[in-house]
Design a protein around this ligand. Structure first.
Ligand code: PMP
Length: 384
């Protein structure tokens, strides 16, 4: 049997409404969203700017092929390119993270004329054939082989191993600036810079997958900005439309110039485009990435003070936080949900992941710490 859950609604909590960092059942029970929306709602649930933009657009023009200029699409494009790291001058919209990575790998192959992809252990880039080939876990891949071949895996975070793998036949190195599914793995300082240098020297494309780290979550709009590294290709999705299904690939000119034909019917459709424009402009105008940095520091400091002795490690950046537990993360996530009304997310067997909307405030963060303390270290909690 595969692990695929064909039945939606496998969790016993029926959620009907969301507002800011909170979700509500039909009878009004409130849950703190610390991961239930999977980094897809950086501005919080039902943010008025996004709701209004989407409602208006759906009434005006729901869909027309992307070869026709539509203001919503042009606005989305302009706001995304302006928000992308300097040097990424054009972009292509798609519908999901895996599709963004699929396109990134295709663009890298056609722009370099090479085929080899270098990816990292513990990576996750999506579940379509190409992205899956660059994803680490055998469990996801084996039943579907053969995948799109020519992928070499190197240990994440090891610059020397990366140097040994990258050569003249490399089309792309694809990395998450901080690994999400793999367990919130933060590479040591200098790793992304090394990846940048190696790919530039080899004429290969550096693809940074910011599907989980992007949209302000780590305290900068894009996690690569902490290292001052501009990739050749940056992929984004999840939070890009504050919950609407949209992804994008932002590229340097040499990639755009070398990319062969590629498109999809729903690329940048007017409704998701309206959501992208509202989300990106609100995030930047209201400085939510900086808020994520401050709240993330606060959260990690409080978590370390409350849980330092009973967990192995608290790590992450901004509001992308992982708690390495001494026991199974699934069980802790379930207890948190059922007993504390806090919805967090495992990342691997022993890491509990916190991915709240960026709009949580200090009181919400304290609430989260108290709920985690009561669940992970109840004896510490009752002593307090
Ligand atoms: N890349 C990363 C880093 C991700 O975390 C994910 C989703 N967890 C994906 C790609 C795939 O995105 P999607 O589910 O939208 O295809």
């Amino acid at each position: 049997m595969s692990d695929l859950d064909f039945v939606s609604g496998s969790k016993p909590i029926g959620l009907e409404r969301g507002e800011g960092a909170f979700l509500y059942t039909a009878d009004g029970t409130e849950y703190l969203d610390a991961g239930a929306s999977y980094a897809c709602t950086p501005l919080g649930h039902s943010h008025p700017a996004v709701v209004e933009a989407v409602q208006e657009q759906v009434g005006d023009l729901t869909f027309v092929d992307s070869s026709y200029p539509v203001a919503a699409r042009e606005n989305a494009y302009a706001s995304l390119v302006a928000a992308a790291p300097d040097g990424l001058e054009s972009a292509w919209f798609c519908n999901s993270g895996t599709e963004a990575n699929e396109a990134a790998l295709k663009f890298a192959r056609s722009a370099t004329g090479e085929s080899k992809i270098v990816a990292a252990t513990r990576s996750f880039h999506g579940r379509t054939m190409g992205s899956l080939a660059a994803t680490w876990k055998d469990k996801y891949k084996k039943p579907y082989e053969p995948l799109a071949g020519d992928v070499e895996f190197v240990p994440y975070g090891d610059g020397q191993e990366l140097a040994d793998a990258v050569d003249d036949e490399t089309a792309a190195v694809i990395l998450e600036p901080i690994q999400g599914e793999g367990g919130i793995n933060v590479p040591s300082t200098g790793y992304l810079e090394t990846a940048r240098e190696l790919t530039a020297d080899a004429g290969a494309a550096l693809v940074l997958d910011e599907v989980q780290t992007g949209m302000g979550r780590t305290g900068e709009m894009w996690a690569c900005q902490h290292a001052g590294v501009t990739p050749d290709v940056l992929t984004t999705a999840k939070g890009l439309g504050n919950g609407l299904p949209v992804g994008a690939v932002a590229v340097q000119d040499w990639i755009a110039d070398g990319a062969a034909s590629h498109n999809a019917t729903f690329s940048g459709g007017p409704v998701v485009a309206a959501a992208v424009h509202a989300t990106v402009s609100t995030l930047l105008e209201e400085a939510w990435p900086a808020h994520a940095a401050t709240l993330g520091d606060f959260l990690v400091t409080e978590l370390e003070a409350a849980l330092g002795d009973v967990v192995r490690e608290v790590r992450g950046r901004g509001l992308l936080v992982g708690i390495e537990l001494k026991r199974g993360a699934n069980r802790v996530a379930r207890d948190l949900a059922m007993n504390q009304q806090v919805l967090a997310l495992p990342a691997g067997r022993t890491v509990l992941r916190l991915l709240p909307p960026l709009v949580i405030d200090e009181a919400d963060a304290e609430h989260l710490v108290d709920a985690l303390t009561a669940t992970i270290a109840p004896e510490t909690d009752s002593d307090a």
